[in-house]
Structure formats: structure tokens, C-alpha cells
Ligand binder design. Structure first.
Ligand code: ATP
Ligand code: HSE
Length: 311
């Protein structure tokens, strides 16, 4: 259960007054999630999601709020934060920056089918195209520079073979970016795993967790999705799912020839990115007791990297 901060009755009452909700509204902790405190807020027949951000000052939240509001006005299936009666979106609850979201219908597709995979590919390409009209920039916090800076921190936790693998892959990604310096960039989601999407049957009802959203390579975003959506069970990729994501994407925005050439390298780089971020989460940002059950396995992404190298 990802609830690190308890909300007092007085803070809940204040929140309800700001939104015009009944004072009988209740909070219920949500399972799932790693970083933030998430509650379901139940007000009569209505349900919402209340997120208290456990890290950071909330400065970056302004980017996410603006981006989500922009996407909602463009008709995207996203959970955009809701303004209170005064039009205020960002709140402080128990001293934490907090947002209230609409409750999305549906489930995360643990075993996604090809129709769902195609739908997420289409959604992603539409995001990339629409993002060209979004004026705010945010650097990618998981760029090649981040890989280069953070890699030395985790080498001590790896076997000699894995150290060599990681060093070589970081160097090869840097070379790839030099070989293809003009790949298109723009707004990306940055973390569109299956557990950040909701489907009711085969219909995509919404996408959440834009906290890795930034200005980055569109191909990077696509590679994150193809990796997570293809490796649904076991160690082998479900290639028909990867193909469906790509087909959905290209139906909306065909890849340029340089992107097609660079895609295999980006699939490796994105596997590397999650191998590294999960190693950091495991060894260098040790979870507290409540979080330990939700730490994601770095080994899964090392294996994906090795498989992507062989392909
Ligand atoms: N708008 C929403 N509608 C319905 N359920 C939601 C919504 N937003 C989040 N949830 C659910 O709440 C739980 C926690 O959310 P989430 O995964 O975003 O947590 P987090 O800690 O912010 O994320 P992360 O896993 O990236 O650290 C998840 O089970 C998710 O499905
Ligand atoms: N999607 C990430 C966790 C949230 O950033 C992972 O699977 O490692």
C-alpha cells in the first residue's frame, strides 16, 4: 500500500470545502505505486484520486500540471488535475504538494493484447504530434548525460562482466546519438509502462504518471513502450505485441528512415536506463519498510538488454 503520509480529519475537511465536496467524504489508501502517497477520495457517488508528492518541492509539478491541462484540452485520454472552486490546482496537504485527479475507469493491462498495444502506440504518436504545440520545455532527467553520471555509482554492485556490459552500452548509446544527431524530439511521457495506462476492455481510458514527462527523443519514448509492453511474462519478448505497438504508432506518425535505423539502439538504451534506475532504487535509495515490496527488479532489465543485443 503506497500511503506514507496520513491526512488528518481537519486537512480533509479543508480540502472538501475547497472543492465543494460533502464533509462526509472519505479517503481510502491505494495499493500500488512506489514514490507517492495515493488515496481514493470518495464523495457520495463520485471517486477521485488524491496524490501527495513525497519528494521535491513541487516546482516540477507545474510542468506536469500545464502539460496535462494542455493535453486534456486537446481531447487526450489523460487524468488531468482538477481545479478547486477558486481555480487552484496545486495544494499543500500535510506539508506535501498535492493534486486531485479524476478517477479513471478500467485496469492496467497486465497481459496486453495486440489491440491494446496498437492503441497505446497510436496514443503515443498522437502525444508526440500534439506536443509540438506545447510551449514549455523540460530537460530529460534520464538522458545520456544521466546515464554517464550515474553509472559509476552502481558499478560496485555488479559482476565484472556486467560492469563491462554497462560501460560498453553507455558508450554505444553516446555513439548512436552522435551518429544520428537530428532525431526528432518533443514532448515525451518517458515512462509509459502498462501500469501507467488504463483500459476498459480494449478501450484506452487514460494514461497517468507524467512525472518523467519532458522534452526528449520521440524514439526514446517509443522504445520504453515497446520494451515494457513486449516483455509481459517470462524472459522472451512477445514480438507480436512489439509489432502492434509499432504499427499503431506508425499509423499516426511513420518513423523516418534515420529513426528506423536507430530504433534497435534505442531499445537497448531504454533497457539500460531501467536497469540503471532500478539498481539505483535498490542499492542507493534504500526503500523504507513500506516500500520494500514494490521495488522493481533490475535484473529483468539487464536480461532485456542482453536479449536486445542479440536481436
Ligand atoms: N487517475 C487514476 N484513476 C484510477 N486509479 C489511479 C489513478 N492514478 C493512480 N491510480 C492508481 O493508484 C495507484 C498508485 O498510483 P501510481 O502508480 O501513480 O503511484 P506513484 O507512487 O505516484 O507511482 P510510481 O509507481 O511511478 O512511483 C496505482 O494502483 C494506480 O493504478
Ligand atoms: N516504470 C518504472 C518505475 C516508475 O518510474 C520501472 O518499472 O522501473
Amino acid at each position: 500500500m503506497a500511503v506514507y503520509t496520513a491526512v488528518s480529519a481537519s486537512e480533509l475537511t479543508e480540502l472538501c470545502q475547497r472543492y465543494g465536496f460533502a464533509e462526509t467524504s472519505q479517503l481510502k489508501g491505494m495499493a500500488g505505486g512506489v514514490e507517492n502517497t495515493t488515496y481514493q477520495l470518495i464523495s457520495g457517488e463520485q471517486r477521485f484520486i488524491l496524490t501527495l508528492f513525497e519528494q521535491g518541492s513541487g516546482e516540477d509539478l507545474d510542468y506536469f500540471v500545464q502539460l496535462l491541462s494542455f493535453l486534456a484540452t486537446q481531447g487526450f485520454a489523460v487524468a488531468a488535475p482538477l481545479p478547486d472552486l477558486q481555480g487552484q490546482v496545486l495544494h499543500q496537504i500535510e506539508g506535501k504538494p498535492s493534486l486531485l485527479f479524476p478517477f479513471l475507469q478500467g485496469q492496467h493491462p497486465e497481459q496486453a493484447n495486440a489491440i491494446q498495444a496498437k492503441a497505446i502506440g497510436q496514443w503515443l504518436a498522437q502525444l508526440h504530434l500534439a506536443g509540438q504545440q506545447f510551449p514549455i520545455q523540460r530537460p530529460n532527467q534520464r538522458s545520456i548525460e544521466w546515464l554517464q553520471q550515474r553509472m559509476p555509482d552502481v558499478l560496485a554492485f555488479l559482476s565484472e562482466d556486467d560492469q563491462r556490459l554497462m560501460q560498453k552500452e553507455v558508450a554505444q548509446f553516446a555513439e548512436l546519438l552522435e551518429t544520428y544527431p537530428d532525431l526528432p524530439q518533443g514532448v515525451i511521457h518517458g515512462d509509459l509502462f502498462r501500469d501507467n495506462s488504463f483500459f476498459a476492455g480494449d478501450e484506452l481510458t487514460g494514461v497517468i504518471d507524467f512525472y518523467n514527462g519532458c522534452t526528449g527523443h520521440w524514439l526514446y519514448d517509443l522504445a520504453v513502450v515497446i520494451n515494457d509492453w513486449s516483455f509481459q511474462a517470462g524472459d522472451e519478448p512477445n514480438t507480436s505485441i512489439g509489432t502492434a505497438v509499432l504499427a499503431g504508432y506508425q499509423k499516426v506518425r511513420p518513423l523516418r528512415p534515420d529513426e528506423q535505423q536507430a530504433l534497435p539502439g534505442f531499445l537497448r538504451a531504454c533497457a539500460l536506463r531501467y536497469w540503471l534506475s532500478r539498481l539505483i532504487a535498490k542499492h542507493l535509495s534504500p526503500p523504507n519498510e513500506d516500500q520494500s515490496s514494490v521495488i522493481k527488479d533490475p535484473e529483468q532489465y539487464r536480461k532485456i538488454l542482453v536479449l536486445r543485443k542479440r536481436a
